[in-house]
Write a protein that binds this ligand. Structure first.
Ligand SMILES: [Zn+2]
Ligand SMILES: [Zn+2]
Length: 128
């Protein structure tokens, strides 16, 4: 029984991260999942997120400042991080093959994270 329930919770967590365009943190995922599973705890959401990252089902975004953010999109894609509001935005730009530029012997590169930071469109409005 316990295993079935955990699986369902983990699936709900995975679905919430995949659905979101906002690269949610654990608290946001918790709010989302609670609508369907009101008895889920924040600790379970944390554990599920960590397990999903370990399993390679979602990605962790480092360097956004504040709580860790999660991404349901697994292809290598650059992010823009707003240093004012913390928004993490997918940049759909074509990057050169950065991995191919790295020729140190013995290195096996499994992923690339390219990050830009600055101020997002909303935060750069003069009336904000
Ligand atoms: Zn912003
Ligand atoms: Zn992303």
């Amino acid at each position: 029984m316990t295993i079935v329930r955990l699986t369902r919770q983990r699936q709900a967590v995975l679905a919430a991260v995949r659905r979101s365009q906002e690269h949610p943190d654990a608290a946001h995922v918790f709010e989302e999942v609670r609508r369907d599973l009101p008895s889920i705890s924040l600790a379970t959401v944390y554990r599920s997120l960590e397990a999903l990252v370990r399993e390679g089902q979602i990605a962790k975004i480092e360097g956004a400042g504040g709580p860790t953010r999660f991404d349901g999109r697994l292809d290598d894609h650059p992010h823009f991080i707003c240093q004012h509001c913390g928004a993490v935005i997918d940049l759909d730009i074509e990057l050169p093959d950065l991995k191919a530029m790295i020729t140190l012997p013995g290195l096996r590169i499994t992923s690339t994270q390219v990050q830009f930071s600055g101020v997002c469109g909303d935060c750069s409005q003069p009336n904000n």
